[in-house]
Design a protein around this ligand. Structure first.
Ligand SMILES: NC(=O)c1ccc[n+]([C@@H]2O[C@H](COP(=O)([O-])OP(=O)(O)OC[C@H]3O[C@@H](n4cnc5c(N)ncnc54)[C@H](O)[C@@H]3O)[C@@H](O)[C@H]2O)c1
Ligand SMILES: [Zn+2]
Length: 386
């Protein structure tokens, strides 16, 4: 007898607002994103704030309280905002996740309640994970506050924490309830984080959209100067390309063996880990892209001019394209090469790495020549000295 085959389709919908001043009392976006409250009920909100953000914006908790009071007919805070470690420290420390889960428990957060996660990509990953596994899914509204989180991670469907030394080892695919991208919140970013997040925009342009890449080249000066209009446009175009990919790739939850947008990421994840997260994700991605682009040219996939454009853009934005961790060895070979195995294991199946064929076009390959990677590392080192 053939098996009964269960089958149903899920329609996923969530709004992404590109806006300003989400916590100004007159803004309707957050209120609208939560939808109408059931008769006689209010939306119960637990805000989770990134500690780096909270330090840089001491007014934020008060602004949020004022906002909720102004919309008091429909919204209520279940408690004072929970401030948790921003940055990779929060994803690395199981006590942070535990504290979040305990707070959700203590306040009786159910599936109709809402975690309001406000912070960088790391904070959104931890808070999203805690919300996703509580009651198998408490709503999560994300307010990304770094360039990276606004341009990439915050608008997507993944969350996760690091465990056993592996990045994103625990996590889920859980679409957010809504995303509010507020350009004003980027004002307080450290110079380093302003630059770092732009790597994901360069990445998606390099493998998907030559016109956007040319726009980035033309506006590199304005972006480096963090001019608001240019940054807003970078964020918006990058976010839209990531959103379009999730909606149209046919593999929103990455069940295949490929991550076609993860150009430069096999080395990046390893470098983050090898440097104990001294390198930011975006900084490591920039190095990983330079490495994979040079490799692509050496194997004849793309022309030298493609690589030079990529490298010039990354440098123009302010990225360093070499780190001493690249020189670390594991036995006879560069330790970073272990990143290939980790990358394969994260997805399972056949190793699939996206290289560069042209500006705007990636190309998947299933193996890399280790000796050639080593030569490319030497080249990156030599170029960094120039
Ligand atoms: N889920 C996904 O799909 C996905 C995709 C890409 C990256 N990521 C993850 O995102 C993380 C990186 O995120 P990131 O680049 O946003 O860095 P981050 O979250 O580590 O934040 C960087 C620093 O900025 C601080 N900060 C955040 N917002 C601020 C603000 N407005 N003003 C001042 N300081 C602020 C944080 O406290 C932190 O110290 C990595 O863990 C990466 O793995 C996830
Ligand atoms: Zn990334």
């Amino acid at each position: 007898m053939p098996p009964f085959v269960q089958s149903f389709a899920l329609q996923v919908r969530y709004p992404v607002y590109f806006t300003r001043g989400v916590f100004h009392a007159e803004s309707r976006d957050l209120r609208e994103a939560l939808g109408p409250a059931a008769a006689g009920h209010k939306h119960r909100i637990l805000a989770v704030l990134d500690s780096g953000l909270a330090r840089a914006r001491p007014q934020l908790a008060a602004d949020l309280a004022t906002y909720v009071r102004a919309h008091g007919e429909a919204l209520e805070l279940v408690a004072e905002p929970l401030v948790i470690a921003g940055g990779e420290a929060g994803k690395n420390d199981p006590a942070v996740t535990q504290r979040l889960l305990k707070t959700l428990h203590d306040h009786g957060m159910d599936r109709h309640a809402c975690v309001l996660a406000v912070g960088g990509g790391a904070l959104l990953d931890v808070a999203g994970y805690a919300a996703a596994i509580t009651h198998r899914g408490v709503r999560c509204v994300r307010v990304p506050t770094t360039v990276l989180a606004q341009a990439d991670s915050g608008v997507g469907v993944k969350n996760g924490v690091n465990a056993f030394g592996k990045k994103n080892f625990w996590g889920t695919f859980t679409p957010p309830h809504a995303v509010l991208v507020d350009a004003q919140l980027l004002d307080t970013l450290e110079p380093r984080d302003r630059v770092a997040g732009m790597a994901e925009a360069v990445k998606v342009a390099a493998v998907r959209d030559g016109e956007f890449f040319a726009w980035l080249e033309a506006h590199a000066g304005a972006l480096r100067g963090f001019e608001p209009a240019a940054v807003e446009q970078l964020v918006r175009q990058s976010a839209e390309l990531h959103l379009a990919h999730i909606a149209s790739s046919g593999d929103p939850f990455e069940q295949g063996s490929a991550r076609p947008l993860d150009f430069g990421h096999w080395a990046a994840h390893k470098l983050e880990n090898m440097t104990d997260y001294r390198l930011r994700h975006g900084e490591a991605v920039a190095i990983g892209m330079a490495l994979d682009a040079l490799y692509s040219a050496r194997v004849g996939l793309c022309s030298a001019s493609v690589v030079e454009r990529l490298i010039a853009l990354l440098r123009g934005l302010g990225f360093a394209l070499f780190d001493v961790a690249l020189l670390r060895r594991e036995g006879a070979r560069p330790a970073v090469l272990d990143g290939l195995q980790d990358f394969r294991e994260h997805l399972g199946g056949e190793l699939t790495v996206t290289l560069l064929e042209d500006i705007g076009r990636g190309r998947e390959v299933h193996s890399l020549d280790h000796a050639l990677v080593e030569r490319v590392i030497e080249e990156l080192k030599a170029r960094s000295a120039q």
